[in-house]
Design a binder for this molecule. Sequence first.
Ligand SMILES: [Zn+2]
Length: 451
Amino acid sequence: MKKLSTLLLFTIFISCQNKHTEEVDLLLLNVNVVDVASGTIQQDQLVAVKGDTIAAVVSADNAANYSSTETIDATGKYVMPGLWDNHVHFRGGDSLIAENEVFLKMFLDFGITTVRDAGGDITPAVMEWRMQIAAGTMTGPTIFTSGPKLDGSKPAWAGSIKIDSVNDISPALDSLQSIGTDYVKLYDGNLTKEMFYEIIKAAESRGMKTTGHMPMSGDINTAIDLGLDGSEHLYYILKACSPLADSLTELGLGYGMMSTILETYNPKLAATIFKKLADNKVSVTPTLYIMKVLTELADTDHSADSLLTKIGDGVIATYQRRIEGAKRAKASGNTSRYEMRELVKTMMRPMYDAGVNIVAGSDCGASNSYVYPGESLIGELQQMVGMGLTPREALITSVVNGPKFFDLEVKYGAVEKGKIADLLILNANPLEDIDNVLEKAYLIKSGNLVE
Ligand SMILES: [Zn+2]
C-alpha cells in the first residue's frame, strides 16, 4: 500500500512537470521581436517553433516552461518574418533549369523565404521544386507561381499561352488550374485590350487572381472594375495619371506614348487612381530596382559584381538583349527610363499614403541583366527607402503586403503564434536602417534552421 502511494505521488509529480513543460522543436531565446506592421519591438522574448509553425511568442522569463531539441540564444538579435520577393522569374528554357535552381539558394542567402514567380517557360521544374521544398526534401523558399504567362498570338516570352480569341480563354485557365498555379500573369506581347479584359472577367468568375502587364491601349480603371488584382510595374498606372491618356490611345503608340505620359503627369489624376487601387485592394509591384539597373546599364561595368560568379553562363548570355537595348537607347539619346525614374520618386509617398497595397518585387531572373536573385530584393527595399518610404514601410511591402495579394495574412506577415515559422534573425534592428536586413544571423524556413 505504501509502495503504491509513493508511485502515485511520483506519477502526479511527473505529470505536473509535463503540464508545465511544452515540448517544441526550436527555441529562440532572449530575442527582440520586430512587429513590422506596427513598427514596435518586444524585447527579450522567447519564440517557440513546433513543426513549421510558431507555437508561442512570450517573455523569455518563461523559458523553463519549454523543452526543445534545438535552442538558439538570440540575445541582442532581432527576429522578423522571412522576406518575400514578390516578382521573380524562373525561365530561359529547359537547358537553363539547373542554372535557375541555383537561384533558390541565393534567395535564402538574403533572408528570402518566399518568392512569387511571375511566369516563365520551365513550369514543370518550378512545380517540382515547390513540391520538394514543401516536403522538406529540397532547400529553398516557398514558391508561388503563375506558371506560363497569357499573351496574344505573338507572345513576347517563350512558353506563354496564346490568347487569340475568347474561345482560347477557358482552356487556358483550365490548364493553369490543372497544373495548380496560384494566379494568372497577363502579358502584353500582342495581347489586345479586349482579350485582356475578357481574361480578367473569366478569371474573376473562377476566383483566380490576375496581375501583370496591360496592353498600353487598355485602361487600368476598366480592368480594376472587371476585377484586376495587381499591376506589375508602373506604366499602366502612369497612363491613368495623364489627362491625354485617351487621345494617346487613339494614336496607337503603345509604349511610345510613355514620354508624353510622363510629361503630362497630373497629381490630381494620380490621387484618383491611387484611391481606386486602394479601394479595390489592387496590388502594385513598382519594380524600382530593375528600373535603376536598366537606367544605368549602358554606363555601368558589372564585370566585377561579386554575385556574377554565382550566375551560370547560360543565364549570363540572356543578359545581352537588354545590354544591346540600353546601348541603342543611349546612342539615340532616349532618356525616357531616366525621366520615368525621376517621376516615380515623387509617386511612392502619395501612393503609399493612399493605402495602395504596394508589394516589393525585384524582377530578377534570366534576361533581366545583373538583377541578381536575393540581392535585388534588398535593392528594391533600399530603393523604396530612397524614394521616401521608411524602413518599416518598405518591409511591409515585402512581408505584409506580399501575403495580402494571396489573402494569406492569417499564415504570414508577423512573428506570432500560429503563423508559419519563416523567420529572419538579424544582428541589428531593420526598422532603424533598411541596410540592417543584410545583417543576417540565422534564417529559419518552415521551422528548420537553414545552414
Ligand atoms: Zn517580370
